[in-house]
Design a protein around this ligand. Structure first.
Ligand code: FAD
Length: 441
């Protein structure tokens, strides 16, 4: 199901332990009524062992060595060759040793489950378990030739200049890049992820996680209490999100204004900004077909006299098809999703912004207390090419605003107050400028 890779850390002993873990989590069960082999197939039959080795290869050395330590410990406890009952007891017992052990067993178990039920067979493109589960797998034909942004690709180390560098091309960065570029500013957008759109959205969950999600899919917080998901691709989360467009609730805006003293968030200005964004992303309630359970909810609400409204979604009605709705979290294969890539980033690109993908900002250069540039690294996993990208600030000066005297575009008048109040980014002090949520559980 998945090509075998042979990294030097995956010894035959460890591979045997991994197979034992796979077949404990997804055991082969004999049942007379098993016409499609659903019960009979084990984790290793489904390629979960090879898939898990691939996943381990994608981890940092530190994370991988922790999981390999767990695999070694399970091997030392005799998991290979033990009965199903003993293997289950061993995994449960190890998980009870402490939070780290529980997390390790939890991660291995999830990797095995994800690959057992998610890996497509290379010949059929479908996982053999889907038939019994009633999951159709990919159903939407994908278009071609849809990418209209031409990213700037560094050919060796490169130095660029910009009035403004936008780090991250998601919901926030995209709007700012567009508005600054439209206002005539020279903008460079640095995006750590790659450029994927409907051409690439094959409706396979594992491919979507690998290509477009931050750290390859759901990630636990440092204390293991919460799982987080975020996009890491051109358009950020908006490329893989579910497109529900909710206006910020009045009580949230009041709280921002009253508790945090933010100006301009509880009045008409803010509404005008929301309207402008919703207009640009094509927010509509005409692309919200109800499925069976939702229809029942509607009927229930009506009988109870409760308010029922269709959710508003950012969708291009010319391309919209309800068939694609179930796959939105893997990227919209119909291309109807009006993501940041389809809207604000295109506006930025059409107004001469340079957009770099596979380019992770590493450090903000500071000169005399002012941001003077950004150092980034371009690394393309497909070509293997890497380059150092440095973007230097031009002489253009935004107006100094707020108590901090920070130079902020007049397009973002509220930002100086936020910076004054909560978030003076002391660049250069840390090179951990990518949003590492493990730091803020
Ligand atoms: C599965 C899923 C479903 C969702 N559904 C909805 C929904 O229906 N409705 C809704 O309103 N919201 C939804 N959201 C949330 C919404 O998508 C996010 O709140 C929103 O995208 C956040 O915008 P952002 O600009 O803060 O960051 P993001 O959109 O996450 O963009 C950040 C970008 O920055 C890049 N980046 C990070 N560090 C660096 C660096 N150092 N250098 C260069 N690039 C970097 C990342 O790769 C990423 O592309 C969903 C999110 C997910 C994950």
């Amino acid at each position: 199901m998945q090509d075998r890779i042979d990294p030097e850390w995956m010894t035959e002993e460890r591979r045997a332990v991994l197979r034992a873990v796979c077949d404990t989590v997804v055991p082969s069960i004999h049942r007379a009524d098993d016409p499609d082999g659903f019960w009979a197939r084990s984790g290793t039959d489904l390629g979960a062992d090879a898939g898990t080795v691939h996943a381990l290869a994608g981890l940092s050395d530190e994370q991988r060595s922790g999981l390999l330590g767990l695999i070694d410990a399970l091997g030392a406890q005799g998991i290979v060759g033990a009965s199903q009952e003993s293997r289950e007891a061993l995994l449960t017992g190890v998980a009870q040793l402490g939070p780290m052990a529980a997390a390790g067993v939890g991660i291995l178990t999830k990797l095995v489950l994800m690959h057992s039920y998610g890996l497509p067979c290379p010949t059929t493109g479908r996982n053999p378990m889907w038939k019994t589960l009633g999951y159709p797998g990919p159903t939407v034909a994908t278009p071609t030739g849809t990418k209209t942004i031409v990213p700037f690709v560094p050919d060796g180390d490169v130095e660029l200049t910009a009035d403004a560098v936008v780090i991250g091309s998601g919901a926030g960065g995209g709007v700012i890049a567009a508005r600054l570029a439209q206002a005539g500013r020279r903008v460079v957008v640095l995006e750590a992820g790659g450029y994927y759109d409907e051409e690439d959205f094959d409706q396979i969950e594992l491919h979507a996680y690998k290509n477009t999600y931050w750290r390859g899919g759901p990630v636990p917080t440092a204390d293991m209490n919460l799982m987080l998901q975020a996009g890491a691709t051109l358009g950020g989360g908006t490329t893989i999100n579910w497109t529900n467009c909710l206006r910020t609730f009045p009580w949230v805006r009041e709280q921002w204004a009253q508790e945090f003293g933010l100006e301009g968030v509880d009045g008409a200005d803010y509404d005008a900004h929301l309207d402008a964004v919703l207009r640009r992303i094509g927010a509509t309630d005409k692309a919200s077909d109800l499925n069976g359970p939702q229809q029942k909810m509607k009927e229930g609400c009506e009988r109870l006299g409760w308010d029922f409204r269709l959710v508003v979604r950012n969708a291009d009605l010319d391309k919209y098809t309800p068939e694609a709705a179930g796959y939105l979290g893997f990227g919209d294969p119909s291309g109807a999703k009006m993501s940041t890539e389809k809207t604000f980033l295109r506006d930025a690109f059409e107004n001469d912004a340079d957009i770099l993908v596979r380019t992770r900002a590493r450090k903000i250069l500071v000169d005399n207390g002012q941001a003077a540039g950004v150092e980034a690294v371009y690394a393309d996993p497909e070509s293997g090419k890497t380059a150092k990208v440095t973007v230097f600030a031009t002489n253009y000066k935004f107006a100094k605003q707020g108590q901090s005297g920070i130079e902020v575009s007049e397009l973002l008048p509220g930002l100086s107050q936020v910076i004054d109040d909560v978030a003076v980014i002391r660049s250069g002090v840390t090179d951990r400028i990518d949003h590492d949520t493990a730091q803020h559980p």
